[in-house]
Design a protein around this ligand. Structure first.
Ligand code: PLP
Length: 394
């Protein structure tokens, strides 16, 4: 079949095939300990679900404006102002079909053939492919495990060329959990302003931070609007991955361009999901600290278990719900890379993880701890037995 060239520029990550294998095993009844999911294991809070049911009852099942219902755009601006200190107006906000869609739209209205987009690595898998689909070139800046995988302004500066159009920062980061401290984030912003480059900030995990790290948005800086694109998602904060609601906050001309693109593709996000999102952003956020406390407990447990494996190092994740250990010391015969290691873990111990190759970090594995503490313990027991260490998961 002759497919358009643009679609051949991107791929379904071959390494994610390991997770598909895990699904097949589960379907056959195998007891797989699944550290794969990039989504909360918690359910959507009741008042959010109720709002969707009520919207259904009231027949709010028609098209809405492409950019989303007016009260939701307003609620996003108010929520972002309250939680993260920005100052956007509804005209500077559009509701999209999940945060991935927000990134897809903004990249597609800004990036042209040959434009370069700087992305710190390890990176979330979709960033480079979305850039490539738009004709741009991802330029990776490697961050170091020893430094907690935090991106630095000086590295980004070294990667800037006359073709650089955008820098994408994802803090807290998927897959590493790294959180960029506000002063460093501001240095990155200063660079973008100086070089007239867009700073796209993916705040998908904003409310899941641990220890000294706190929710932070670069959009809280006065006067930052002309250079910043905020990407937000309700998926993780409110355990709403399936509802597909994300948003973009940016200067009005950019929002208008995204609106035009969206009007010729998805049109509005699902109407009843928008009413649910409105309830999420205007209602109680009690579920968030509860989820966070549970993630924090699991994080301690999984870090201890992973670090107990001889040769394995694991930077402490300051945010999100992933641990990203460096397994390179345990690679070798029959397990040349982390994809091979992940495959062996699945075959021999029925433990599913995502290989670091998928995120531009060969040698690492991503463990999601969005799973119960009991399953984490069971997974750690299996890992200990796989690596033949007397690590105690408890
Ligand atoms: N950004 C990052 C870093 C993510 O990890 C994800 C989802 O895993 C998203 C954005 C998109 O989430 P959604 O499209 O569900 O809003």
């Amino acid at each position: 079949m002759r497919l358009a060239k643009r679609v051949n520029r991107i791929s379904v990550s071959p390494t994610l095939a390991v997770l598909m294998e895990a699904e097949k095993l589960k379907a056959r009844g195998v007891d797989v300990v699944d550290f794969g999911p990039g989504e909360p294991d918690f359910t959507t809070p009741e008042h959010i679900k109720e709002a969707a049911v009520e919207a259904l009852r009231q027949n709010k099942t028609k098209y809405t404006p492409t950019a989303g219902i007016a009260p939701l755009r307003e609620a996003v601006c108010n929520w972002h102002k309250r939680e993260l200190g920005s100052s956007y107006e509804p005209a500077e906000c559009i509701i999209n079909v999940g945060g991935k869609h927000s990134i897809f739209n903004a990249v597609n209205v800004l990036i042209e053939e040959g434009d370069e987009v700087i992305i710190p690595a390890p990176y979330w898998v979709s960033f480079p492919d979305i850039v490539k689909l738009a004709g741009g070139e991802p330029v990776f800046v490697k961050t170091e495990a020893a430094d907690g995988f935090r991106a630095h302004a000086r590295q980004i500066e070294a990667a800037i060329t006359p073709r650089t159009r955008m820098v994408i920062i994802n803090s807290p980061n998927n897959p590493t959990g790294a959180v960029i401290p506000p002063d460093e984030f501001e240095r990155i912003y200063d660079l973008c302003r100086k070089h007239e480059i867009w700073l796209m900030t993916d705040e998908c995990y904003s409310h899941f931070t641990y220890g000294a790290a706190k929710p932070y948005s670069i959009a809280s800086i006065n006067g930052s609007k002309p250079h910043v694109i905020v990407i937000g998602s309700l998926s993780k904060t409110f355990a709403m991955t399936g509802w597909r609601i994300g948003y973009t906050l940016a200067p009005k001309p950019l929002i208008d361009a995204v609106n035009k693109l969206q009007s010729q593709s998805t049109s509005n996000p699902t109407s009843i999901a928008q009413y649910a999102a409105l309830a999420a952003l205007t209602g109680s956020m009690d579920s968030v600290p509860l989820m966070l406390a549970e993630y924090a407990r699991r994080r301690t447990r999984i870090l201890a278990g992973l670090r107990a494996i001889a040769g394995v190092t694991c930077a402490e994740p300051s945010g999100a719900f992933y641990a990203f250990p460096d397994m390179s010391a345990r690679l070798g015969e029959g397990m040349a890379d982390s994809t091979a290691l992940a495959r062996q873990l699945l075959e021999r111990q029925s433990v599913a993880v995502v290989p670091g190759d998928a995120f531009g970090a060969p040698g690492c594995l991503r463990f999601s701890y969005a799973t119960s503490i009991e399953r984490i313990d069971e997974g750690l027991r299996r890992l200990a037995s796989f690596f033949s260490v007397a690590a105690s998961a408890k």
